[in-house]
Design a protein around this ligand. Structure first.
Ligand code: MLT
Length: 403
């Protein structure tokens, strides 16, 4: 008889954002007249930039002609996009990344999850706590996380990020093989400086570990001490894989385009991980549509860059509105300065799911309960700055009224 992957049975409930969506849908059904403002999942609200849609239109027209038609594309992404990424995201910041180290994909979420395919099951994995649930759930699916007992996976190494340590993980006290880091951080919105990241490169070198660096929110960085890429640090190419996304940078959450960098210098036992990831992608992935990659390329044009940066500024302004309003309402807030997420402490030690329910039921505002991101997220909620400005202001007024 065929057997299922029993690791799936160990997963608690549904995926965090599906659980929240179901809760909100049930609430809306029971309260059809109540206005709901969504500040839960980090989904953008601003439309695609004109340069992007124009490039996509041109690509659609090309696809309708014999000479411009594109069938299967390269699994790694078209050269025109890989070269632009190298030039604008890396060379412009004095990093030496080669086009064949860039793998264009349909999302950083997929890549962060799929990257586990190239690592053995018995690697010891370290995650921040709280953490983007994809890192944890995909390792659990692969059988690398052990069992879920009292809110913890038995085989994962948790690195608590708390108010006491400024939400910065401390280096593991034992040897770990794979380390997920995300800066600017989801969910806390806190960013790491070059100095704060240096010890991680040293640790990885000394222990033969690989850092999986999620830098999906780099476009929101305003502080010059905060690196946009892990490769701004010496030696990082020997120890780190980096994930980037057009989702938040250019509003591609519904359009799907991202990329992962696997440098040739990164080797385990003499084997380049670049080759393994390439093998994995060629076998399981057929590339991002030509039309979408032309849209992503347009993000790097002068106009495209200016347009998409305007949207980032808009979201950062929302983040400030949220920070100021919640502070005024008496809450302690973190993040939101180099990131689109605000991490707020619940009032009077309230449980995060209880505060989530209160904000939904009394203010009609959807947030994400911190506990959903891991045990150390208890006592916090996360808000996103990706709403419209009007809704952000309205949501804050409603929250202030009930607190
Ligand atoms: C989030 O809300 O944490 C993100 O939107 C999730 C994602 O990017 O997949």
């Amino acid at each position: 008889m065929a057997k299922i992957n029993e690791n799936y049975l160990k997963l608690p409930g549904s995926y965090l954002f599906s659980t929240i969506a179901k809760k909100v849908a049930a609430y809306s059904e029971q309260n059809p007249d109540k206005e709901i403002i969504k500040m839960g999942i980090g989904d953008v609200t601003k439309p695609l930039a004109p340069s992007v849609t124009e490039a996509m239109h041109r690509a659609v027209d090309e696809m309708g002609t014999a000479e411009g038609f594109h069938g299967y594309g390269p699994e790694q992404g078209y050269d025109f996009l890989r070269e632009k990424i190298v030039e604008k995201d890396y060379k412009a910041r004095e990093m030496d990344i080669k086009p064949d180290e860039i793998f264009v994909s349909d999302g950083a979420k997929s890549d962060c999850g799929n990257i586990g395919d190239i690592f053995a099951k018995d690697n010891k994995v370290a995650v921040c706590d709280p953490v983007y649930p994809v890192y944890v759930d995909t390792n659990a699916m692969a059988g690398r996380a052990g069992d879920f007992v009292n809110g913890h996976w038995t085989n994962l190494y948790y690195m608590p990020c708390t108010e006491e340590n400024g939400f910065m993980p401390e280096l593991p006290e034992e040897k770990v093989d794979i380390i997920y880091l995300c800066f600017p951080n989801n969910p806390t919105g806190v960013s790491a400086t070059r100095e704060q990241l240096k010890p991680w490169i040293k640790y990885a070198k000394e222990n033969g570990s690989v850092i999986l660096y999620d830098s999906a929110y780099e476009a929101f960085i305003t502080d010059p001490d905060v690196p946009h890429s892990i490769y701004e640090l010496d030696g990082a190419k020997e120890v780190a894989i980096e994930f980037r996304s057009f989702s938040k940078t250019a509003g591609f959450t519904g359009t799907r385009c991202a990329y992962t960098v696997v440098p040739h210098e990164l080797k385990l036992n003499g084997t380049e991980l670049n080759g393994l990831w390439n093998r994995r992608q060629c076998t399981k992935f057929n590339g991002v549509p030509y039309i979408i990659q032309r849209g992503a390329e347009a993000v790097y044009s002068d106009e495209g860059y200016a347009e998409t940066r305007e949207a980032i500024r808009y979201y950062l302004d929302n983040a400030k509105i949220i920070r100021d309003a919640l502070t005024e309402a008496g809450l302690t807030v973190y993040g939101g300065e180099n990131a689109p997420y605000i991490w707020a402490k619940t009032p009077d030690g309230m449980k995060s799911w209880d505060f989530f329910d209160k904000l939904l039921e009394e203010a009609g505002v959807v947030t994400t309960p911190g506990a959903g991101f891991g045990p150390s997220g208890e006592g916090y909620i996360r808000l996103t700055a990706f709403s419209t400005k009007e809704n952000t202001i309205k949501a804050m007024e409603k929250i202030k009224k009930i607190l």
